[in-house]
Design a protein around this ligand. Structure first.
Ligand SMILES: O=c1[nH]cnc2c1ncn2[C@@H]1O[C@H](COP(=O)(O)OP(=O)(O)O)[C@@H](O)[C@H]1O
Length: 209
């Protein structure tokens, strides 16, 4: 009985883990029968100090969605749109009033998911100045989707507090849409914003709560 429960729990955990697979962009674009969604991590170096002593390091933007989960701004490519970036830039305008145009040069990674629906999630990232990012935080509250599909922009805390549990580890315990949590960790590592060791420590602390 106990063994069956453990095996059941293990297979659920593995199925959850196996849901998203990273693929090359060219492979992802050749997939038939998949819907494509593009999202963007907008970020800026920051020399701000929390409480005058904890370095903020970077302002990294995510959003609180209508469904109570956290994700990046972006969305599905519409049928008439010629390329991923067209769909992404339209969504950034609707969700944040963002006039920054992302291009293929900002592309970071793609993840495929077969179940429950075949979709490919593409992630882009653009480094801004802190002033540009703050201007977007302001324009976001005037954007078409504010108060509807988007409840507000949030910054990701990259530091840890209170014996290593507060800050990023606590943030990682939120509910994230799709593979947004993995995208966040991937982007922070790939862009050199945090070291693999720092990220591992944050993940371990987030699990140890
Ligand atoms: O930040 C994200 N990272 C990864 N996937 C996401 C993120 N936000 C939404 N998704 C997924 O992308 C797809 C498009 O959802 P979204 O709500 O962004 O687009 P829409 O506004 O075009 O409906 C859905 O499958 C959703 O689960």
């Amino acid at each position: 009985m106990v063994l069956r429960w453990v095996l059941g729990a293990l297979s659920v955990a593995m199925a959850e883990k196996a849901r998203y697979r990273r693929v090359e962009r060219a492979h992802a674009l050749g997939l038939r029968g998949f819907r494509h969604a593009s999202h963007a991590m907008l970020y800026a170096p920051s020399d701000e100090m929390l409480f005058g002593r904890i370095p903020v390091r970077y302002a990294v933007l995510m959003q609180m969605r209508f469904d109570g989960t956290l994700g990046f701004p972006g969305g599905f490519l519409d049928p008439g749109e010629a390329c991923l970036e067209d769909g992404l830039n339209r969504e950034l305008q609707e969700e944040m009033g963002c006039n920054v145009r992302l291009t293929e040069a900002d592309y970071l990674c793609s993840h495929v998911c077969q179940h429950p629906r075949p979709i490919v999630n593409h992630l882009y990232a653009r480094k801004l100045t802190l002033a540009e990012l703050q201007a977007l935080e302001v324009s976001a509250v005037q954007a078409r989707d504010h108060g509807g599909e988007v409840l507000g922009m949030v910054r990701v805390p990259l530091y840890t507090l209170r014996g290593g549990r507060g800050g990023l580890p606590t943030f990682l315990r939120n509910r994230f849409i799709g593979n947004a949590r993995d995208q966040l960790l991937y982007a922070l590592r790939k862009l050199g914003i945090m070291t693999p060791g720092e990220l591992q420590a944050a993940e371990d602390a987030s699990r140890a709560h």
